[in-house]
Design a binder for this molecule. Structure first.
Ligand SMILES: *[C@@H]1O[C@H](CO)[C@@H](O)[C@H](O)[C@H]1NC(C)=O
Ligand SMILES: *[C@@H]1O[C@H](CO)[C@@H](O)[C@H](O)[C@H]1NC(C)=O
Ligand SMILES: *[C@@H]1O[C@H](CO)[C@@H](O)[C@H](O)[C@H]1NC(C)=O
Ligand SMILES: *[C@@H]1O[C@H](CO)[C@@H](O)[C@H](O)[C@H]1NC(C)=O
Ligand SMILES: *[C@@H]1O[C@H](CO)[C@@H](O)[C@H](O)[C@H]1NC(C)=O
Ligand SMILES: *[C@@H]1O[C@H](CO)[C@@H](O)[C@H](O)[C@H]1NC(C)=O
Ligand SMILES: *[C@@H]1O[C@H](CO)[C@@H](O)[C@H](O)[C@H]1NC(C)=O
Length: 627
């Protein structure tokens, strides 16, 4: 075999290897988020107490990041001694570390029954989940499974301000390790791009020993970011251990030599990987976030006239409840769509057979929407009573909601409209929750509305709420179980859940988030969604701050819509505030299900009615509002 062919073979091997590594990245991410699985064949719940001693002094590696970038904040977070911490890192006690600096944290590790751990104490912040605490705040020095295992709080009850114990992963050397001269097992935090050999070299320890200490086989030494690796040390580490400059120089020279090969490899692997992954890549880039597409609708899929008419025939054949109108009938109902009958946008009021209806005109492909609406039947979801197709336009005939959209009623205004009472607001919230719960749990397949906002909540003559506008609704189990990726980000920005904005994830929890924003607006009489976009005053954050306060009730009084003039039971308002806060959690899994929300709201409203009936004075200021 010639030298060239050997070189080629080597390059090809590296290419396939790098392609392989690329393909494994997504798998890693999934594994770290799976908080529901506590596989105790791994060390996910902690390192077992198999050491010679049940307690030992050991070290952690933590990467400084604000607000945890000072000696005191890091030692506070990780239950370390600040004096020891500053000594081992050779800094003064008032030092602020530069971001991403590896800080050595000395701790006392001890066996708590089954697992070695350091008990750190942590106060829950807004939007926290066990995963966020373990992975983001503690950078992987704890796991969500261990947090769950050792804390009685359910994921639902992670209220801001609650103090929990965070078991930090540490271990004491076994008899065998001690015999080999190992005195410490340092908990190292793996970062993207780390290799066992690289980490071992950094601490001047043998790679084989590190692999053994972590029961990693040499055949598959893959390690994942945001997990810990135990590094067996003979001596206690110090700042020069991990910041040896000469190592960097040597590494630099080696890198320079390797660079030439690397360039060749990259060029080849990019070329080959591209070709192999082409369909996948186009899929990913499809998840675009075009700000212009907010508040806009999914593009019509370009159904032809004939297709639309065929569809119309098909529904008129099978549906008894859906009437197919002639265009002339609608013209008659709206006096040729005169401005007198115009409501807003492309929606008109119409008088059909002596009763009012809302008629929406559109050139979008609404066959999907019609199919959904035709299947649902619930008091709190606006009813589609008929359709019409004429000259490329669809006309949807809906039940008429006399009092228009919620938007017109809740924002603090000086118009002549009446102020909705607390009971009316709670009834509206319960109505929306009931409608969404029906959509999430009682339609087959389950559906997600995707565009819950006050302007899509309509009020009938009794101020009962009905959810409207299903143009963005889609089935929740479309592509991947409860979660599915969507390609186009649509909807209304201020109401949209972060996971959808960031990754295009669609699940019923998307509606839960939007519902939280709507509730916030109902309760405060302010536009939470708009304020959020302006970036000035972020109501959800203000709410969390209030709930974290020593005296949340006092603060809540100023937060709730002043036009209610204090006419609401403060105890129940606090429950509502907590409910809203939980709906707005960043982690979708941390948000309650619509089912629970409906139940909670229903209980609250029952309590309220009961107290009303008993004539119990609910608060200091008991004047009644006009109803
Ligand atoms: C894992 O947990 C189960 C139940 O808690 C227990 O029966 C089993 O022995 C555990 N396995 C290990 C390896 O600890
Ligand atoms: C274990 O404990 C003994 C006695 O307390 C001590 O001398 C020894 O250093 C400890 N070993 C480790 C690994 O900490
Ligand atoms: C660990 O224990 C030793 C002795 O018990 C104590 O002096 C030291 O302050 C402890 N360190 C921490 C971080 O608590
Ligand atoms: C930090 O502490 C040292 C002495 O421990 C002192 O000289 C220095 O002024 C302090 N720096 C700040 C910013 O407080
Ligand atoms: C740490 O906390 C666990 C329970 O959360 C407890 O069982 C254990 O005794 C604690 N360990 C120490 C050293 O305080
Ligand atoms: C873990 O935290 C890091 C850094 O904060 C973040 O980049 C990563 O996405 C997180 N992983 C998960 C699964 O949340
Ligand atoms: C300790 O070392 C001995 C001999 O090297 C080996 O047979 C034994 O399995 C080891 N024990 C553990 C727990 O690794």
């Amino acid at each position: 075999m010639s030298l060239q062919s050997l070189l080629l073979l080597w390059i090809l091997t590296l290419i396939s290897l790098s392609c392989l590594l690329h393909a494994q990245q997504p798998y890693v991410r999934k594994a770290t988020t799976d908080c529901d699985r506590a596989d105790n064949s791994t060390s996910v719940l902690g390192y077992t107490c198999n050491g010679q001693n049940s307690t030992c002094q050991t070290y952690l590696i933590f990467r400084s990041i604000p607000p945890y970038n000072t000696v005191s904040s890091i030692s506070g977070l990780l239950a370390s001694d600040p004096i020891q911490l500053s000594r081992v890192n050779a800094v003064s006690g008032n030092q602020t570390f530069e971001t991403n600096k590896e800080v050595i944290v000395p701790v006392n590790c001890s066996c708590s029954g089954e697992y070695y751990q350091v008990n750190a104490s942590y106060v829950i912040e807004h939007d926290d989940t066990y995963l966020a605490i373990a992975n983001n705040t503690y950078q992987g020095l704890s796991t969500c499974q261990a947090l769950r295992n050792q804390n009685t709080l359910t994921t639902k009850n992670l209220y801001s301000g609650t103090r929990i114990t965070v078991p930090i992963r540490c271990a004491c050397p076994t008899k065998n390790q001690t015999d080999e001269g190992v005195n410490y097992l340092l908990s190292y935090l793996i970062t993207p791009g780390d290799w066992v050999s690289r980490i071992s070299r950094k601490f001047s320890v043998d790679t084989g020993n590190t692999l053994q200490a972590n029961e990693i086989s040499e055949d598959d030494p893959t390690i994942y970011p945001f997990t810990t690796l135990l590094v067996p040390l003979q001596n206690s580490p110090n700042s020069t251990t991990i910041n040896n400059t000469w190592i960097y120089i040597v590494v630099g020279i080696i890198s320079a030599v390797a660079l030439l090969f690397l360039v060749i490899i990259i060029v080849f692997s990019v070329f080959f990987c591209r070709r192999k992954n082409k369909p996948d890549q186009s899929k990913n880039t499809d998840i675009t976030l075009d700000s212009k597409s907010f508040e806009s609708y999914e593009k019509t899929t370009g159904k032809s006239m004939e297709e639309s008419e065929e569809f119309l025939e098909s529904i008129s054949g099978i549906s008894q409840s859906l009437k197919v109108y002639k265009f002339e009938e609608l013209e008659l109902a709206t006096e040729n769509f005169s401005s007198k009958y115009w409501i807003k946008g492309s929606v008109y009021r119409g008088m059909i057979n002596g009763s009012l209806a809302a008629i929406k005109k559109t050139d979008r492909d609404v066959t999907k929407e019609i199919n959904i609406l035709n299947k649902i039947n619930h008091f709190n979801l606006i009813k589609l009573s008929g359709v019409c197709f004429d000259e490329g336009y669809w006309y949807l005939v809906f039940e008429y909601a006399l009092n228009g959209s919620l938007t017109e009623w809740i924002y603090y205004n000086t118009s002549t409209k009446k102020v909705l009472s607390w009971e009316e607001r709670m009834q509206i919230a319960l109505d929306v929750a009931s409608g969404l719960n029906y959509l999430h749990s009682y339609t087959n397949p389950p559906h997600v509305h995707k565009d819950i906002k006050t302007s899509n909540v309509l009020l009938d003559s009794d101020f009962r709420a009905k959810i409207a506008n299903f143009s963005l609704a889609r089935s929740a189990d479309g592509e991947g179980g409860e979660f599915a990726l969507t390609r186009h980000i649509v909807g209304t920005k201020g109401y949209m859940a972060p996971e959808y904005l960031e990754n295009g994830y669609v699940s019923p929890k998307l509606d839960v988030y939007s519902f939280g924003i709507v509730m916030l607006e109902i309760v405060t009489g302010k536009e939470a969604a708009v304020a959020r976009e302006a970036g000035k005053f972020f109501l959800p954050e203000a709410l969390t701050a209030i709930l974290g306060d020593e005296n949340p009730k006092e603060k809540l009084k100023n937060f709730i819509d002043p036009s209610l003039r204090g006419d609401y039971p403060l105890d129940l308002a606090l429950l509502i505030a907590r409910l809203i806060d939980s709906c707005l959690r960043r982690d979708p899994a941390g948000r309650p299900a619509m089912d629970d929300i409906q139940q909670t709201l229903s209980n609250i409203s029952n309590t309220f009615n009961w107290e009303e009936a008993e004539n119990v004075p609910l608060h200091e200021n008991s004047e009644t509002t006009a109803t």
